[in-house]
Design a protein around this ligand. Structure first.
Ligand code: ADP
Ligand code: MG
Length: 233
């Protein structure tokens, strides 16, 4: 573990205006170190997704600053922002569904298509990611025909295909049974440990949170606790 990959300073995110204004984040500061696994936890409506969207550069703070790898992200306009996001991040989000009627491989290589990677290279990288998730035999299947666990593994393969430095996951085990959820969890922590990918995960799952190096508790738009797992001597 080393320098901060993400630094957040005094971030406020307000929705609405005037009398309808609501501050979903009320001044949040934190640093995330390269290679860490971090759980963001808190009640529904506390601001977890808002924070995750800001960290993932899918949304901008109303005020405050977010640095990524030492760069003030306010200086990244349109195309550079998209390129940075596409190159640096992998997403395991429930709202980023698979496209049901195209193949598993087509779903996985979508980020590479967006990045303009040539077709043969896309296929090679896509198959490598599927192999890592033990899904290479399903490459030609339509996504719609997969089980829940296979779908989530496909989403992880898609998150991996760009060789990201950070994986963002929003309730990655939320829709899975316990056994399948445990498999998905093991895969995410394996990527974190073996490939040094920083893992940032929003979860209600206490076991998943407990496995992370660190738990950031959010309440009413504030960080109320930032707790690290004690490393055994
Ligand atoms: P969590 O992910 O912890 O459940 P969110 O970050 O989604 O919480 O939401 C935090 C608060 O901000 C909630 O009160 C929610 O209603 C509000 N909120 C979220 N998105 C919007 C929006 N687009 N417009 C207005 N209010 C929003
Ligand atoms: Mg949420």
């Amino acid at each position: 573990m080393s320098s901060p990959i993400i630094a957040v300073r005094d971030v406020v995110r307000s929705y609405g205006r005037g009398a309808n204004r609501f501050d979903a984040l009320k001044g949040v500061s934190l640093e995330i170190l390269e290679g860490e696994s971090v759980a963001i936890i808190g009640k529904s409506g506390s601001g977890k997704s808002t924070l995750m969207h800001l960290l993932a550069l899918m949304d901008e703070p109303t005020s405050g600053e977010i640095d990524l790898g030492g760069t003030d992200t306010r200086t990244l306009g349109g195309r550079r922002l998209n390129r940075t996001r596409n190159k640096t991040f992998g997403f395991v989000f429930q709202q980023f569904f698979l496209t049901p009627n195209i193949s598993v491989l087509e779903n996985v290589i979508l980020p590479l298509k967006i990045a303009g990677v040539p077709s043969r290279e896309r296929k090679r990288l896509g198959m490598a990611a599927l192999k890592q998730l033990e899904l290479d035999d399903k490459a030609k299947n339509k996504a719609v025909n997969l089980s829940g666990g296979q779908k989530q593994r496909t989403v992880i393969a898609r998150a991996l295909v760009n060789d990201p430095r950070i994986i963002f996951a929003d309730e990655p085990t939320g829709n899975l049974d316990t056994a399948t959820g445990a498999v998905v969890e093991d895969i995410l922590f394996g990527l974190n440990r073996e490939h040094g990918i920083t893992l940032i995960v929003v979860t209600h799952d206490e076991d998943l949170a407990a496995r992370c190096d660190r738990r950031i508790h959010i309440r009413d738009g504030h960080i109320v606790e930032d707790e690290r797992t004690e490393v055994a001597a």
